[in-house]
Write a protein that binds this ligand. Structure first.
Ligand code: ZN
Length: 149
């Protein structure tokens, strides 16, 4: 019986452990219908860094139905999306050196994915908007991100 004691202690420790650590990552899907799978993302305040993985679940290539995930403070969303349209696929439809962009993934095509890590200390605005800056997509592909209190 002695052999089983450490196991019993271990399982007791697991069961009685306090609340699980906050999940500091999320996955968002984009498809050939120009849609994101999430309309909002809440980032737990306890996370120092937060990972967002964009997954393109469609089949179309990035040249015709590419998607990215770009994060800006909400008031910056429209002008950044507009500037992105005049950038190219090579720069992921993000203006080079745009300091209004908090984070962005690269443009992915069907079946591809990309992950970006956000420093949550940078999230000082009351609300952020994420969107796809592929020309013509931002109006349909957007959502809000907030640092949860
Ligand atoms: Zn898109």
């Amino acid at each position: 019986m002695k052999l089983w004691k450490p196991l019993a202690v271990l399982s007791l420790a697991l069961c009685s452990s306090p609340i699980l650590a906050a999940e500091c990552a999320t996955e968002i899907e984009a498809n050939d219908m120009m849609q994101f799978s999430k309309a909002s993302i809440d980032v737990p305040a306890s996370c120092k860094q937060y990972k967002v993985t964009l997954k393109h679940t469609g089949k179309m290539p990035k040249a015709s139905m590419g998607h990215n995930w770009v994060l800006t403070a909400t008031p910056d969303y429209a002008p950044v999306a507009k500037d992105g349209m005049s950038a190219s696929l090579d720069t992921n439809f993000v203006k080079a050196g745009d300091t209004r962009v908090v984070a962005h993934t690269k443009v992915v095509g069907g079946g591809e994915s990309d992950t970006v890590t956000i420093d949550t200390a940078k999230l000082t605005a009351p609300e952020y908007t994420y969107f796809c800056s592929f020309p013509g997509h931002a109006m349909m592909m957007k959502g809000t991100l907030k640092l949860a209190k």
